[in-house]
Design a protein around this ligand. Structure first.
Ligand code: ADP
Ligand code: MG
Length: 282
């Protein structure tokens, strides 16, 4: 393709709501054979709703909710935003420390607390029995140094065009994968709903990166689509990366393209356009 054709094509993509931030993006997009999706906030709306707070210790549900919200107040994570939005009261917290892909730690009235995934909270609270996660819902745990306090259950919805997008990408000959930090059972269920055969859950940011490197070592040309702080390393290392417009700033700055309207269906359209601009026949 001539430089003029490339520029025209980039302009057309922009009008379709796909902003290109780096020069190589269109050419690389034309050549991808594998695309990896993040789940929460990418394939799903990320507009989570807090369904239930189930106490696991001595504190009542409302107090557990307030403690969790206090810890989450500074977090940009979609789970955190949903917990804070519906908090019953404000509680002062100190020593806040977020760990991407795991959760947040902090101190309230001199007591250490953690909120996040089970493994992260159990490092503080010790093992304890927890209810089986409800399929399709994401559990967030709250614990103190003397034990687990609660499980908060949040529900998320698939984006309306997620299934059609996955099908369209596959029809373009692109292998679709799912890498998520969420509970493996929840991730598996989403993968089944979308017809994605290869899905991995419980991944830390470094695990997502290792998963990407494995695919690249197989000689694949890989695109990554994500929205979170936990996706930033893998977005920077993918051959070409796309961030959701609703994603956090770090994710948007790490990506080569931005899906302006959060419309996943613009992805296969962009691949089509990139391929015809570059005249790559598949
Ligand atoms: P995904 O890869 O699906 O976008 P993340 O990697 O962002 O998910 O999060 C993985 C898991 O880590 C979440 O499902 C949650 O259990 C936990 N987690 C991460 N950050 C937070 C937070 N701020 N509050 C509660 N839980 C969190
Ligand atoms: Mg995400």
């Amino acid at each position: 393709a001539t430089p003029v054709a490339m520029t025209a094509s980039t302009g057309q993509l922009t009008r379709r709501g796909v902003i290109t931030t780096r020069g190589h993006a269109l050419e690389t997009l034309a050549r991808i054979d594998t695309l990896v999706f993040d789940k929460t906030g990418t394939l799903t709306e990320g507009e989570l709703r807090l369904e239930q707070v189930t106490p696991l210790g001595a504190l009542p549900a409302a107090r557990c909710h307030a403690l969790a919200a206090a810890l989450e107040q500074g977090s940009e994570h979609p789970l955190a935003r949903a917990i804070v939005a519906e908090a019953p009261e404000t509680v002062p917290v100190e020593q806040l420390q977020a760990t991407p892909g795991r959760g947040v730690a902090g101190e309230i009235d001199g007591v250490a607390y953690r909120v996040g995934n089970l493994a992260f909270v159990q490092e503080l609270s010790g093992a304890g029995s927890v209810p089986q996660p409800v399929p399709g819902q994401s559990p967030v745990y709250l614990g103190a140094s003397d034990g687990l306090l609660a499980v908060l259950t949040l529900s998320d919805q698939l984006r309306p065009d997620a299934a059609q997008t996955v099908a369209a990408l596959m029809a373009q000959g692109i292998a679709v994968r799912l890498f998520s930090g969420d509970e493996p059972a929840t991730v598996q269920r989403v993968a089944e709903q979308l017809g994605i055969a290869h899905a991995r859950g419980g991944l830390l940011p470094a695990d997502k990166l290792a998963g990407l490197r494995e695919l690249q070592a197989q000689g694949r040309t890989v695109a990554m689509v994500g929205d979170g702080v936990n996706d930033a390393p893998v977005l920077s290392r993918a051959h070409v990366s796309i961030a959701m417009a609703s994603g956090v700033e770090l994710a948007r700055n790490s990506a080569d393209m931005i899906l302006q309207s959060n419309r996943l269906s613009h992805l296969p359209a962009a691949v089509d356009q990139a391929r015809s601009t570059l005249r790559i026949i598949h």
